[in-house]
Write a protein that binds this ligand. Structure first.
Ligand SMILES: [Zn+2]
Length: 527
C-alpha cells in the first residue's frame, strides 16, 4: 500500500460559490462569513469563496473571507479572461493562502456552440490564463469545464499544457452530471497514463448530481488517483447539486478497505452542526432521509432494527452518530435551568458563541420558551439558536399577531410590525382563505411587499403535545426566490415569523441590487 501522505485526499469546499449559485440559496455577507468560519473549523483544506467578477457583492465577500480565514486556502474563481483573473487576484490577495481557480470549457459542444473556438485556440487561451494567474498568485488551479464530455486525447493535451504553464492543481469537472462511475474512473486513469507530467500536479474532480451519481463518481475518481475532491455541504449546487462533502468524507472513513486507505483531514464531529448551519442560512431544508446528516439517518423505526441496535449498535448502524456530531436527543433543561447550564449545553451541542452573545441574544429567548414549554430538548435549543442567530438587521420586526378564526367564519388577522429605524409601530388587519393566509395578507399591506408562496412546510421540532412548530417556506418576489423560517410553540406565530423573514430577505436583496446598479451608473459616468 502507498504511503499515508500519498493517500491524503484534499477537500475543496465550494458551498460558498457553486452552492450559493443554486436557486434560493444566496447568502448575505454576514452569513457567508459565518459559513466560512464553520468550514475552517470543520477542517476543509480549500474554501472556494466566490466568483469575484460576477458582482461587487461577490468581490467583497471573497475579500472579507480571505481576511478571516487563517488556516485554509481561499480560492477565487475566474474565467480565462484577463479582467476576471485580475479581479479574482485582487479579491484573494489578503488571504494567508490564496489560490486562483481559472476555468475554460473544452468539450466539443461548449467549443462549438458557447465559445465558437477551435481546439488550438482553446489550448492557447488555457495556457495564457494559467500564466497570467501564476504571475499574480503562486497557487493556481485550472479546470477544463465539461471535461467529462471532452474527447479524452484533447483533454490530455490540455492537462499537459496547463501543468507546463504552472497549474499546481488540475480539476476534472463533470459539469453537467453526465458521468458514470466506471467511465469516469476510466477517464482519470487515462489521464494518469497519457499525461507525461501528471505527477507534478494534484488531480481534482468536481461532480454534479444530475443523475444522482456525484458522490459515486467522485469516489471512483479517488480510486483512480484523484487526490482533491470538490464538494459542498448538504450537496448544494447548481441544479441537482454537487457531490455532498459529508457523504464523501464518511464513505472514505467508513470504508478504507474500498478506497485504498484514502483519508481526509475533516473533523467529522463537525459535519452535523455545519450541515445545520448551512441549512439555516440558506433556508434549504435537508431531506429527512439524506445520508449522514438527514434527520432519519440514524433513526430506527422497525422493531427488529431498534432491538438489534440496543443489543449491539453495529448490527444496523455502520457509523456512530456521535462521529458525525449527531447528539442523542435528551431531556436537558427546563424552567429552573440557569445561565451556566444553558451555556454548557450549547457548547456540548457544538455551538461556539461568545458568552456575551449567549446572554444577550439567547438566554432570554430560552427563558421565554421554558415558560411556554415544560421540557426542553436538544432539538429545541438548536431551533432556538438557529432562529435567533443574527443574520444582520431585519427591515421589519414582528411585535404581535392576533388571529380570529372558526368554522364557517371569515379568518381575520391583525398584525403589528416595527420598521427598522422608525419609532412607532404599524398595525393593520386583513382577511384570508385561512388564518395563515390572513396573516400573510396583513403583512403585505403593512410592508408593501408582495410574495407568491411556492412552498410551505410545517413540522414539529420534537415529539409531544406541547412541541414547538417549525415553519419553512419558499416564495417568489418578482423573479427572486426567497426563503424564510420561523419557530414557535404557536404554529400561527411560527408562520408569521417565517413569512416576515422571507420579506426581510427580499428587502435586503433589493437593497443589494440597487447599490450595485448605482455603482454601475457611476462607472459609466466616468466613461
Ligand atoms: Zn459546478
Amino acid at each position: 500500500m502507498a504511503s499515508k501522505a500519498a493517500q491524503r485526499v484534499y477537500v475543496f469546499d465550494t458551498t460558498l460559490r457553486d452552492g450559493e449559485q443554486s436557486p434560493g440559496a444566496s447568502m448575505n455577507l454576514t452569513e457567508k462569513l459565518e459559513v466560512a468560519r464553520a468550514l475552517e473549523l470543520l477542517g476543509v483544506d480549500i474554501i472556494e469563496a466566490g466568483f469575484p467578477i460576477t458582482s461587487q457583492d461577490d468581490f467583497e465577500a471573497v475579500r472579507a473571507i480571505s481576511r478571516v480565514v487563517t488556516r485554509a486556502t481561499v480560492a477565487g474563481l475566474a474565467r480565462c479572461v484577463p479582467k476576471d483573473i485580475d479581479r479574482a487576484a485582487e479579491a484573494v490577495a489578503g488571504a494567508a493562502r490564496p489560490r486562483l481557480h481559472v476555468f475554460l470549457a473544452t468539450s466539443r459542444i461548449h467549443r462549438e456552440f458557447k465559445l465558437r473556438k477551435a481546439r488550438g485556440e482553446i489550448l492557447r487561451l488555457a495556457v495564457e490564463g494559467v500564466r497570467r494567474a501564476k504571475a499574480a498568485c503562486k497557487d493556481v488551479q485550472f479546470s477544463p469545464e465539461d471535461a467529462a464530455r471532452t474527447e479524452p486525447e484533447f483533454l490530455a493535451q490540455v492537462v499537459e499544457a496547463v501543468i507546463d504553464a504552472g497549474a499546481e492543481t488540475v480539476n476534472i469537472p463533470d459539469t453537467v452530471g453526465w458521468a458514470t462511475p466506471d467511465r469516469f474512473k476510466g477517464l482519470i486513469e487515462y489521464l494518469f497514463e497519457n499525461v507525461p507530467n501528471i505527477d507534478e500536479t494534484v488531480i481534482a474532480v468536481h461532480c454534479h448530481n444530475d443523475l444522482g451519481m456525484a458522490v459515486a463518481n467522485s469516489l471512483a475518481a479517488v480510486q483512480a488517483g484523484a487526490r482533491q475532491v470538490e464538494c459542498t455541504i448538504n450537496g448544494l449546487g447548481e441544479r441537482a447539486g454537487n457531490a455532498a462533502l459529508e457523504e464523501i468524507v464518511m464513505a472514505l472513513r467508513t470504508r478504507p478497505d474500498a478506497f485504498g486507505g484514502c483519508w481526509t483531514n475533516i473533523r467529522t464531529e463537525r459535519l452535523y452542526p455545519t450541515s445545520r448551519l448551512v441549512s439555516r442560512v440558506t433556508g434549504l431544508v435537508v431531506a429527512r432521509n439524506k445520508a449522514v446528516v438527514g434527520e432519519n439517518a440514524f433513526a430506527h423505526e422497525s422493531g427488529i432494527h431498534a432491538d438489534g441496535v440496543l443489543k449491539k449498535r453495529t448490527t444496523y448502524e455502520i457509523m456512530d452518530p456521535k462521529s458525525v456530531g449527531v447528539a442523542k436527543s435528551r431531556l436537558v433543561l427546563g424552567k429552573h435551568s440557569g445561565r451556566h447550564q444553558f451555556r454548557q449545553r450549547l457548547k456540548e451541542l457544538g455551538f461556539r458563541l461568545p458568552t456575551k452573545e449567549i446572554d444577550q441574544l439567547f438566554f432570554g429567548a430560552f427563558k421565554e420558551l421554558a415558560d411556554r414549554k415544560k421540557e426542553i430538548f436538544d432539538e429545541d435549543i438548536e431551533a432556538l439558536v438557529e432562529s435567533e442567530a443574527s443574520t444582520g438587521p431585519e427591515a421589519w420586526h414582528l411585535c404581535g399577531i392576533q388571529v380570529a378564526t372558526g368554522t364557517g367564519g371569515m379568518p381575520t388577522a391583525t398584525v403589528e410590525l416595527q420598521q427598522l429605524g422608525k419609532n412607532g409601530r404599524t398595525r393593520d388587519a386583513a382577511t384570508g382563505d385561512g388564518p395563515v393566509d390572513a396573516i400573510f395578507r396583513a403583512m403585505e399591506r403593512i410592508t408593501g411587499i408582495r410574495l407568491t408562496l411556492r412552498d410551505y412546510q410545517l413540522r414539529s421540532v420534537t415529539g409531544g403535545k406541547e412541541a414547538q412548530g417549525e415553519v419553512r417556506l419558499e416564495a417568489l418576489c418578482g423573479k427572486q426566490t426567497v426563503s424564510g423560517r420561523g419557530v414557535s410553540t404557536d404554529v400561527l406565530e411560527a408562520s408569521a415569523k417565517a413569512y416576515l423573514a422571507a420579506i426581510n430577505r427580499a428587502i435586503s436583496r433589493a437593497a443589494g441590487r440597487s447599490v450595485r446598479r448605482s455603482k454601475k451608473r457611476v462607472g459609466k459616468a466616468k466613461g
